[in-house]
Design a protein around this ligand. Sequence first.
Ligand code: ADP
Length: 501
Amino acid sequence: MSNADIPQLTQRTTDFLARGKHAMLIGGQWVASSSGQTLEVTNPADESLLGSVPAATEGDVDSAVRAARQAFESPAWAKMRPDQRQRLLLRLADLVEEHARTLAEIESLDNGKSVVIAEHVDVALVASYFRYMAGWATKIEGSTLDVSIPFAPQNEFVGYTRKEPVGVVGAIVAWNFPLLLAAWKLGPALATGCTVVLKPAEQTPLSALYLGQLIQEAGFPDGVVNVVTGDGPSAGAPLTRHPGVNKLTFTGSTEIGKLIGKAAMDNMTRITLELGGKSPVIVLEDCDPAVAAAGASQAIYFNQGQVCCAGSRLYVHKKNFDRVVADLADHAKALKIGHGMDPATQLGPLVSREQMDRVCSYIDIGRQQGAEVVAGGARAGSLGYFVQPTVLAKVDQKARVVQEEIFGPVVVAMPYDDLDEVAALANDTPFGLGASIWSNDLSRVHRLIPKIKSGTVWVNCHNMLDPALPFGGYKQSGFGKEMGRAALDAYLEQKSVLMMV
Ligand code: ADP
């Protein structure tokens, strides 16, 4: 796509990008890094410079945590009625919708993803999630209990529990769904009355800064949400170590998640970790091969495969294996690769040169370990971070490309023989985030679901998320749940009250 073909940006996007040097949000003020240092932000489709953001220092992170603490204790937030928090979240959802196109454009330019997907999936889910969580603000409840204390039979008691916001939340997110991941943290934090220091990924900080403006416009008191930009070691790590943070919530790689988990333990900071995956797509014997191939294509290539629950391992019953793999390869070859701002684009660039190189090196490792490259297998073009949608077949279950998360448009396909075998293969990685089963054979499907060790099992679909449905990993895919009522509890402490009357 030439620059002339890029659809015109909204005035709001143009104005936002025209700032060039962006500021971060601490205590209601837009500020530079105390060191004056900045990080460049690039467009992965053409490697052009989109602007720069402050490179926050440990001192800046400390200021943000202090601002969040002050806001947490301020009457403006601490004494705000639940229905007022609900209203603010609803107002924020309205603003997200009003600015949907701009948010989508910023997301597309910064991350590389399709602007159409960004608007109709990412931004739409953000608005829907804020509304869902707004509803919970007025429904946080404890319980009353009749107690039977054996050593005080003469006395009467009133016992009850109350839920209280956990406090200051440190939220660190990855670059694959920058705005949506931020919303997954902000929604329950704000519904429960917490305050937040949000650190977006250094590759994709812009939409979080734009959202910061909308949060201010919605009327949240200063300091309730702070956005600090910077890289992992300089800005993320100090947040994880900070004793003033009561809860950490992280979405990113399992490797960094483990570091954050260890840091959290030092201060007994509450923690939610949403980490990597190697999710299987399991095609049962009865499934129409054409349906399976289309489903498998969507499961892996959506968002360029940069999805924690991407269907990156395909297990097809041996009867249909060759047919499904051939059809999937046709799908892969037909996908239109291009600039995320081109509405016709089906596969955009990966987020960064580093990620592109990492994905290409995994393809090479796959080849070296005996995989047959049925489609793709290399970088696409020479400008921008594009990788061809790739299908690797006949791979050994122990091969690195089967066991490790690649986080790109690469699927490994393997045949299997029976249900127990495929359940064992599906479970045979360190991860357990998602899985999909493709079949209309109800009894087989129901026999398989309990055997799969993963936080989500989809049937005849993949990568489908809803605000009401808890999402999170088994095994090394994480700790705790995002979304649904379960997410709310992760932002609440439970206090028991016992009163002698
Ligand atoms: P990926 O491997 O997909 O790039 P990471 O897990 O490295 O994802 O990063 C996800 C988020 O974690 C980013 O915001 C990043 O800056 C942050 N991060 C990276 N390293 C650390 C660290 N040591 N401590 C805290 N946050 C970190």
